[in-house]
Design a protein around this ligand. Structure first.
Ligand code: GLG
Length: 814
């Protein structure tokens, strides 16, 4: 990147607008100006992008390929400008042209190629990898439609397709030269080659062409540019009459359809498997393309395939890319003619697996029939991996037949992807201390016993560049004013803020910034929801995917309880509160959608009840996504992290709130445990069952929600209000929620997520929140302490740990 040249910048923007839209800048629409600016910014980094890759090659550096079905990167322009450190110059230029940078940024659609935490983690990791100067590719899918846009109509979630590419994507580059062929279906024929070796040939298959699109990932102020490579599918041959003549009409049509459908849409399920054939196609499609390309790239510069693992590491983001293991085996066996043992040694030294959940409904299993039909050669290899693994189990545990039942890869007609990932990887990591412990002691106990050396923890992190520097500019510049800007690339330096906690003036400034950010969010809410909220009220926020285990239902039940209290005792002491929700539910998840409707129905009643004098407001923010998240985190006082203990593997929203000076109200779950360690228990509001208690109940029973409900009249009242018409004339509307708490069904226990069990304790913790907020000075101290102690939760720290323990990369010298 050259020095920023204002004239040159304007000239470039004008030129792009001219070339693309045949317009002078004065007549351009905001979208066109955005495009002009985006191409200009891309132009500013192109040389660095080239240089970075040249340096990687010259220095022959090991590369991590982060394989992920999801990259929830959000908007790129603002982030690039931030990482170019060109924020103020570009802002100035645009102002001269009569535009404001935020408005231009708002023209960019979010690249919503992910559902939630797992996809956003991948995006934060890429930001950190570049900022730290490590060679990396993100490998994923270029979904035509990303995460759906959520509209709330009449209180219900409505899903609208997210056509994020409709105006093109200025940042991507199509790399047709790296297209590869991916084969599905058909059968495998064995032949004997001229040297007498058995060879396996896939025949009568359908194939598609995988075409990569590269997006630049900039490091912060260091000229390093890594690549997010997302694959699109194209038909191999264009549909022609020729094949019709040859009687291959059917096959030609099928191939066309395959290419058209494979990258069409992201499955909108978070922590829940869809189990659809197309999903497995997506997985193999992007994995095969990525691995083929990675191996080819390695061989362009090296001779010995046996040493692949010295230069390449594949990190599997959850089980979704697990076919990496048999695919790499296939390439080594069938394309490089290696023997099984040597191929296995290379593979299992090159792959590493991250587990993100213990939720059983999220554990991927594929019916063997489907798997075999779609991936016949891959299936053969999985069978052999399984056969050898079972032999190993038998020899290590000759008298424990149960082990096979639990650990086999192929079992009961299914391919168990987690088992395959563990067996084929040299590293298995969880994403927070507690989660990793639960993996080792419970969920993956047998694997841990057999391969203890594979297991390790990597507590998640987030990038402070997006979630503070970009998302909360007021606080960011205040912090820089106090302690310098070292925190931007070394978040542990936030501790330097600690002394300021004792300074009254600093506390005042800190809380003033919080107030301004609340005003900013209030304006957003006014614009989007048409509701006026009071920035002096407590902003109590729960934004994340809607899932029963995350317990948004507990949150709204508490609001219903407060409302009951206020109604029966209008004079009670009550500090005004704004409850803010944001959440998408998977399109087919009925209970989750019912919870959204419930929140909106309660909001409708409470927000319009004049008798409570605006003491409670309930806001449901439509279409929660990365871009509005930045505004929300900055404005929060209270961070709701209330999952059933043991269920949230880590959580990362919790870290973004902490960074922005919100106090956590949470269970001892996921990374909350470590937030408590860092911030100090006195600066966090804890409640609820502990994970071992939850697990104990799950394994041995003994919890009766109905007993609780019958013995606690406040609880009974709110639960009954789900079905007594208080919030809906149709009394059956929330019956499924009522039943989930009290009845259970089809083998599922009542109140599976211990909402009623934790209800009282949550109420008490909420009362503490109110009391604490009234003591302005100590609240300010606690908020500042949260910000000051969030250093551990930078994804820079997480990446350094992956590098140290798993990837063993070296930094590039530019
Ligand atoms: C998962 C988990 C989260 C975790 C995230 C990133 O549910 O607890 O923070 O991955 O590791 N599906 C997810 O979002």
């Amino acid at each position: 990147m050259q020095e920023f040249d204002k004239k040159e910048f304007i000239k470039n923007v004008e030129e792009y607008i001219g070339v693309f839209f045949r317009r002078p800048i004065e007549d351009a629409t905001k979208q066109q100006v955005y495009q002009g600016v985006a191409y200009t910014v891309k132009n500013m980094i192109i040389d660095d992008w080239l240089e970075t890759h040249k340096a990687y090659e010259e220095q022959d550096l090991k590369t991590v390929y982060y394989l992920s079905m999801e990259f929830l990167v959000g908007r790129a322009l603002g982030n690039m400008i931030t990482n170019l450190k060109a924020d103020s110059s570009i802002r100035e230029v645009l102002e001269e042209l009569g535009y404001d940078l935020e408005n231009i940024e708002d023209e960019e659609p979010d690249a919503a190629l992910g559902n939630g935490g797992l996809g956003r983690l991948a995006a934060c990791f890429l930001d950190s990898l570049s900022t730290l100067g490590y060679p990396a590719y993100g490998c994923g899918i270029r979904y035509k439609y990303g995460m759906f846009e959520q509209r709330i109509e009449n209180g219900y979630q409505v899903e609208v397709p997210d056509n994020w590419l409709k105006n093109g994507n200025p940042f991507e580059i199509k790399r047709s030269e790296y297209a590869t062929t991916i084969k599905f279906g058909g059968y495998v024929r064995m032949i004997r080659d001229e040297f007498g070796n058995d060879r396996f040939i896939q025949e009568d298959y359908q194939s598609v062409r995988a075409i990569p699109y590269d997006m630049p990932i900039l490091g912060y102020g260091n000229h390093v540019v890594n690549t997010l490579r997302i694959w699109d599918a194209e038909a191999i041959d264009t549909f022609n009459l020729d094949s019709f003549d040859k009687g291959e009409y059917q096959k030609a049509v099928e191939q066309q359809n395959l290419a058209r459908t494979i990258c069409e849409v992201l499955y909108p399920n978070d922590n829940h498997i869809a189990g659809k054939e197309l999903r497995l196609k997506q997985q193999y499609f992007f994995v095969s393309a990525s691995i083929q390309r990675a191996v080819a790239k390695y061989m362009e510069a090296h001779e010995d395939i046996h040493k692949l693992y010295e230069k390449v590491v594949f990190q599997l983001n959850d089980t979704h890319p697990t076919v990496t293991v048999p695919e790499l085996m296939r390439i080594l066996l069938d394309d490089y003619y290696l023997g099984w043992e040597e191929a296995w040694e290379i593979t299992s030294k090159t792959c590493a697996y991250t587990n993100h959940t213990i939720m059983s409904e999220a554990l991927e299993k594929w019916p063997i029939d489907l798997f075999k039909k779609l991936l016949p050669r891959i299936y053969q290899i999985v069978e052999e991996i399984n056969r050898r693994f079972i032999m190993q189990i038998l020899s290590e545990y000759p008298s424990e037949a149960k082990k096979i039942e639990k650990m086999a890869i192929l079992y009961d007609g299914q391919v168990r992807m987690a088992n395959l990932a563990i067996v084929g990887s040299f590293s298995v990591n969880g994403v927070a201390k507690l989660h990793t412990e639960i993996l080792m002691k419970q969920e993956l106990k047998d694997f841990y016993e057999m391969f203890p050396w594979k297991f390790n923890n990597k507590t998640n992190g987030i990038t402070q560049r997006r979630f503070l520097l970009h998302g909360n500019p007021l606080l960011a510049s205040w912090i820089t004013g106090k302690i310098g800007d070292g925190w931007i690339t070394d978040l542990s330096q936030m501790e330097k803020l600690l002394p300021y906690i004792e300074d009254e003036q600093s506390r005042k400034e800190f809380m003033e910034i919080k107030y301004k950010n609340k005003v900013r969010l209030a304006a957003y809410i006014k614009e989007k929801n048409g509701i006026i909220v009071n920035p002096d009220s407590i902003f109590d926020v729960q934004v994340k995917r809607l899932h029963e285990y995350k317990r948004q239902l507990l949150n709204i039940l508490h609001v219903m309880y407060l409302y009951n209290q206020l109604k029966s005792n209008p004079e009670m002491e009550f500090y005004p509160r704004t409850f803010i929700f944001g959440a998408k539910a998977s399109a087919g998840y009925e209970r989750a959608k019912a919870i959204i409707k419930l929140i909106n129905s309660v909001a409708e009643v409470v927000n319009n009840d004049e008798t409570i004098q605006d003491k409670i407001k309930i806001i449901f923010i439509e279409n929660y996504r990365v871009s509005n998240a930045e505004i929300i985190f900055a404005a929060a006082d209270v961070s709701e992290q209330i999952s059933t203990a043991s269920k949230e593997a880590s959580g990362t929203g919790n870290m973004k709130f902490m960074l922005n000076g919100a106090l956590t109200l949470g269970t001892l779950d996921g990374a909350n445990v470590e937030i408590v360690e860092e911030a100090g228990a006195e600066n966090v509001f804890l409640f609820g069952l502990h994970s071992d208690e939850v697990i104990e109940y799950e394994q041995h029973g003994g919890y009766s929600p109905r007993e609780l409900y019958n013995s606690d009249k406040d609880m009974k009242r709110v639960v009954d209000q789900l079905v007594d018409g208080t919030y809906s004339t149709d009394k059956s509307l929330f019956a499924t929620l009522y039943d989930s708490l009290l009845a259970g069904r089809g083998g599922e226990p009542a109140d599976r997520y211990f909402i009623l069990k934790d209800f009282k304790s949550y109420l008490e913790a909420q009362k503490e929140v109110e009391k604490a907020y009234l003591k302005k000075e100590s609240w300010a101290r606690a908020a500042m302490r949260n910000t000051a102690k969030c250093g551990k939760f930078s994804s820079d720290r997480t990446i350094e740990e992956y590098v140290r323990d798993i990837w063993h990369l070296n930094k590039v010298h530019l």
